[in-house]
Design a protein around this ligand. Sequence first.
Ligand code: SAM
Length: 288
Amino acid sequence: MKNLIDPQNTIQFLREHGISAKKRFGQNFLIDKRVLERIIEGAKITKDDLVLEIGPGIGTLTQALCEAAGRVVAVEIDKDMIPILEENLSYYDNYEIINDDVLRVDLKRLIEERDPSGRRIKVAANLPYYITTPIIMQLLESRMPISSITVMVQKEVADRMQAAPGTSDYGALSLAVQYYAEAVINSKVPPNCFIPRPGVDSAVITLNCYEESPVDVKDDRYMFRLIKAAFAQRRKTLVNALKNDPGLKLTREKVEAAIDELGLDINIRGERLSLEQFARLSDILGAG
Ligand code: SAM
């Protein structure tokens, strides 16, 4: 029989099964059905989709994904969750649980093995907040075929993903998101939609990934090395931040000449540059 967990009953479910949320794994379980629906709607999942879920927990979102998608692959680090997941998903035959740390899994290979056709997959998750940025960066930089990423994140991280140059939220994450995807915040989610309640507001954000980035750059890996160096020392001028980075091996003269060629002020900070300007800078500095 289908045994759907109503998120409203999650507290009772956790109590009955003697589960206490593990802080070290960023466990904040969803207890609001409307939020669950917003993730599913935001992700626009159909029966044609292979969906990757990160951190299924007790399987509340996973069940909804199994209903909506063709197939679900979920990666969960907490081994104590595995028997609970198997029990809660026993009605379904279109899922697979992988007990591992998502940051240690070769996701590109995992997906290629599940669907060698190269069809683009969707990612949906209520992410563990302590590693949101590394997970998003891993997904974006993995070069695996992804059509969209719909995730619950801290509101502050969602704002960083959408930030414009010159604002305090703007950084390497904003630029990576802009390069690979178009970001849409679907809804703001208050702490009382989770158990235990996180200390911050959350948001559901969808990143609609480009098949090809609208920004043209000769070597995007080099561009992101420049971006990381620029924001590692964001209070310094761009010239100082780049020349101080030992891996880049750039001289002051070379960086100043490149900034001048772009028609920018020599004392400009990296946080003022748009993605397009970082791309041009990368083409000039990476040319040898
Ligand atoms: N999906 C469930 C829900 O919405 O109620 C749980 C979400 S909870 C915010 C985050 C989940 O990610 C937890 O189940 C946690 O154990 C799992 N998790 C934490 N770190 C992880 C990692 N490195 N790899 C895979 N899963 C992880």
